[in-house]
Design a protein around this ligand. Structure first.
Ligand code: ADP
Ligand code: MG
Length: 437
């Protein structure tokens, strides 16, 4: 349905969405079309299935609100892929356990000396799974692109060989799936689900620490796949040999194939990443601005997204275009009276000091109360002092989802109502973090 009216409606909806939710806006939104609009329901066509899922997962409320504002009616929405119907064999392949992010492709990955080997090995593996680097083990600190590369492998492999069966899951999902399979007496089903795939991708295997039974299960899964020349790809926050309390026989297997480390990107690579991210989000950066952002964000690339959001939001609120001056102001680069832009790294560092908890514990999956409370304080401060989305905040704290962050914020607010000690500690932290340097 490409009538003049429907094109106009969509254009106006996109304008609304851009102001309502700039963080999730992408330049490819321009390729959306209205397939059908009748009886209070609008079907929106998307370039492919991954993008339809992205919209469904991240943008449904904001598009619904935009549609209602533009049409003046209560409208329900559906997003649909315009891709050709997949071949029957592809339809039978087991679905990936997590949805792929449309941004996380090889095309959108900036290659530099810090990640060249990891990138090249991922490309090689996606072209020839099971034959060259098996297993492929990627490691590096948080926010350096491990998960991005895994998604890119899936995107590429799915495209080149539609019949390939891929399982992509976080280690936490593997462990939880294993535990519930035992509880429900469905272990054989669980085992065949993972031992028969062409490619098994498990993100953040450091989560296997201290989980003996899961390690045993994973060991047998690994052997079954390896012996059948199926591809295994793993990531962790440290090298195989540094994974404490992991069985030696697993560690040695992790080293059988290729181990590739991702390092923090250099200034030049960071500039290229800033430009790439801005382009994806349709943000125009005048000369010199990407350089300022790259200077501001040094270690965790995830913070680039946050910095761009702050930049965009500051420009919108002030009704000014993005300029190098505005960037300096928004990111607190110049030592002037503007409030300091607080980053998640600042918050995590400050909370770690105040509560005498290690940064790695705050970013781990550990749930003991002594770590959970400071972690919730980080989430609360992240929400109050930065413009990161709930998902971004969760991403800095061990990849927690937005509902966990929201829950943490509510909980800290509740506790502060009665616990003046905690309230004072949070006030002191806030003071330190926002102090103009
Ligand atoms: P990790 O899994 O290592 O913690 P992610 O893959 O989640 O890190 O990456 C964090 C963010 O940084 C994502 O938005 C990702 O797209 C981005 N990123 C990391 N490295 C690069 C790169 N080389 N090029 C473009 N974006 C990158
Ligand atoms: Mg990751």
């Amino acid at each position: 349905m490409k009538t003049h009216d429907s094109i106009r409606i969509l254009e106006r909806m996109l304008e609304e969405v851009r102001t309502l939710d700039p963080v999730n806006v992408r330049t490819w939104f321009e390729d959306l079309t209205v397939m059908n609009f009748s009886g209070g329901h609008m079907d929106i066509g998307c370039p492919d299935e991954t993008k339809a899922h992205y919209l469904q997962d991240h943008c449904l409320p904001v598009f619904t609100q935009a549609a209602q504002r533009v049409t003046g009616y209560l409208v329900s929405l559906g997003f649909h892929s315009m891709e050709s119907i997949p071949a029957p064999a592809a339809a039978e392949a087991p679905p990936s356990a997590i949805r792929l992010h449309p941004d996380y492709t090889f095309e959108n990955f900036v290659v530099g000396p810090c990640n060249r080997l990891a990138h090249a090995s991922c490309i090689a593996v996606s072209q020839n799974p099971g034959s060259i680097y098996n297993p492929l083990f990627l490691h590096g600190s948080v926010g350096l692109g491990k998960t991005h590369l895994l998604h890119a492998v899936c995107h590429d492999s799915r495209h080149s060989r539609k019949t390939l069966s891929i399982q992509f899951l976080s280690c936490e999902q593997f462990v939880n799936g294993f535990i519930s399979a035992i509880e429900q007496g469905k272990l054989p089903e669980f085992q065949s689900q993972y031992r028969t795939v062409d490619v098994l991708i498990i993100d953040d295997v450091q989560f296997l620490r201290e989980r003996e039974q899961s390690q045993e299960e994973f060991f047998h899964t690994f052997n079954a796949l390896y012996n059948n020349r199926r591809q295994i790809i793993l990531t962790a926050d440290c090298a195989p040999g540094e994974l404490p309390s992991l069985e030696e026989r697993l560690i040695s297997r992790f080293k059988w194939g290729l181990v590739a480390r991702l390092d923090a990107p250099s200034y030049e690579t960071r500039i290229a990443i800033v430009k790439k991210k801005a382009h994806l989000r349709g943000i125009d950066l005048p000369d010199g601005t990407a350089e300022l952002v790259a200077e501001h964000v040094q270690s965790n690339i995830r913070e680039i997204e946050g910095a761009l959001t702050i930049l965009y939001a500051t420009a919108q609120t002030a009704g000014r275009p993005i300029t190098a001056d505005l960037a300096r102001e928004a990111l607190g680069i110049q030592q002037n009276a503007a409030p300091r832009a607080v980053s998640m790294a600042d918050i995590i560092r400050a909370v770690s000091g105040e509560f005498d908890t290690r940064v790695t514990d705050l970013q781990s999956k550990k749930r003991s109360q002594s770590i959970a409370l400071p972690r919730q304080v980080c989430m609360y401060l992240g929400r109050r002092l930065t413009r990161h989305s709930l998902e971004e905040i969760g991403g800095h704290l061990g990849g927690r989802d937005h509902s966990t962050v929201l829950h943490a914020c509510g909980k800290i607010e509740d506790i502060c109502k009665t616990d003046s000690l905690l309230r004072n500690r949070i006030d002191t932290l806030t003071g330190k973090l926002t102090q103009v340097s």
